[in-house]
Design a protein around this ligand. Structure first.
Ligand code: PLP
Length: 412
């Protein structure tokens, strides 16, 4: 069977399955283009927001803030504010802040905690986050506990009197496990004083809006789908809580971590096409997942929109669709064969990261995504095997991506 016929069959299945997700309300694409900036704001009436390179603003123009003039000189940049307003609107939030990387935003959230406080963290999430908490967090006196976030009862039992932050990533990266955001937020708010942070990088705010389900803070690596062009490193947080916003902003100010106005302008531009891009990422990933499911050299595909995903129904109940990542296992492959598969790819690039126009493939075991602080047994139990491949499906033609995977698998 050639890829063309496989692909036609898959498009049909996609339409059936897409109905299962929550329905997007109208308005997202318009907000992405208009909510941060209108030409009436400026004398020159440019339809696109300008890049303000200025490192300082005149105290004279900030009458309400005269007493804080010095602080504002360093911390306020109009281009950044336009981006923050857009990001807040897209998450159905009141406030957003941007950082020079996703990790910088996470570090800032961690820096709000005090020695003796505890973080309860999902055990199957982006490795950089695990390492940040387990290495730097522990060094500065924080306690860090890991739990299977897909099991609400275990989360309830793991809460301690000093738990101040619960860290959720759903779908998790790279294993695609789903955490029930509303159930976890309800348990945490009822039984502790902790805040619930959801790392929403894998879905972007187009496909999932955790504040609507009770999360206190949403964290993003903007580097991924939100910027989506593999050319900016940035992070952000969104929240509805004025108190949390002010606390995070204060920590940001005293630690001095902001992105450049130029990068902010690039992301303002990227967000205007977020809805379009995510639809295509999602379609490509689903077509590819369906193709791989039927391939004789593949022994398993991890993608929440597939009916075979153990948490398929839960996934559909809290998001509007699925981003461009998925994982699969090459049947019976050892690491050497996994590497050979990656070398055979011609369109997919053998590289880390996700969320850009370019499709990427990587074997988590060849890369740092396996937490160095986890034992071999823990790593194995989490599903990180030698034959695991993670794909970030970009925006190329789906039939060309499918053919690329097909020829690389068949060459093994
Ligand atoms: C990439 C990533 C991060 C870190 O973001 P950077 O912008 O690379 O610092 C955090 N969380 C998730 C889920 C990621 O994929």
């Amino acid at each position: 069977m050639g890829y063309q016929s496989v692909s036609n069959e898959l498009v049909h299945l996609t339409e059936n399955e897409a109905i299962g997700f929550l329905r997007q309300e109208s308005g997202f694409a318009t907000k992405a283009i208009h909510s941060g900036y209108r030409p009436e704001q400026l004398l020159c009436r440019s339809i696109v927001a300008p890049i303000y390179m200025s490192t300082s603003v005149s105290s004279a123009s900030l009458s309400q803030n005269d007493n804080k003039g010095n602080e504002l000189q360093n911390t306020e940049n109009p281009t950044r504010i336009i981006l923050e307003q857009t990001l807040a609107a897209l998450d159905n939030g009141k406030y957003a802040l941007v950082f020079p990387s996703g990790t910088a935003g996470q570090s800032c959230l961690m820096a709000m905690l005090k020695a003796g406080d505890s973080i309860l963290c999902g055990n199957n999430i982006y490795t950089g986050t695990i390492e940040l908490f387990r290495e730097t967090g522990v060094d500065i006196g924080l306690e860090v506990d890991f739990v299977d976030m897909t099991k609400p009862d275990e989360v309830r039992k793991a809460l301690k009197s000093n738990t101040k932050m619960v860290w959720v990533e759903t779908p998790s990266n790279p294993m695609m496990l789903i955490t029930d955001i509303k159930t976890i937020a309800d348990i945490v708010h009822k039984e502790s004083n902790a805040i619930v942070v959801v790392d929403n990088t894998p879905s972007s705010c187009y496909f999932q809006r955790p504040l609507d389900f009770g999360a206190d803070v949403v964290s993003y690596s903007i580097t991924k789908f939100m910027n989506g062009h593999n050319d900016v490193v940035m992070g952000s947080i969104s929240t509805n809580s004025k108190e949390l916003y002010e606390k995070i902003k204060f920590t940001q100010q005293i630690t001095g971590i902001w992105p450049s106005p130029f990068d902010c302008a690039l992301v303002i531009r990227s967000l205007k096409t977020l809805a379009l891009r995510m639809e295509r990422h999602s379609l490509n990933a689903l077509l590819i997942a369906k193709f791989l499911e039927h391939h004789s050299r593949v022994s398993g595909v991890l993608h929440p929109a597939l009916a075979t995903h153990p948490q398929h129904k839960l996934a559909l109940s809290q998001c509007y669709g699925h981003g461009g990542s998925l994982c699969f296992y090459i049947k019976d492959a050892k690491l050497d064969e996994t590497k050979r598969f990656l070398k055979h790819l011609k369109v997919f690039m053998w590289a880390d990261s996700l969320g850009g126009c370019e499709s990427l493939a990587q074997a988590p075991l060849l890369w740092f995504v396996v937490p160095t602080s986890f034992s071999d047994e823990e790593v194995h139990d989490l599903g990180f095997l030698e034959n695991l491949i993670r794909l970030s499906c970009g925006l190329e033609d789906p039939e060309i991506l499918i053919e690329d995977l097909n020829q690389a698998l068949n060459a093994l």
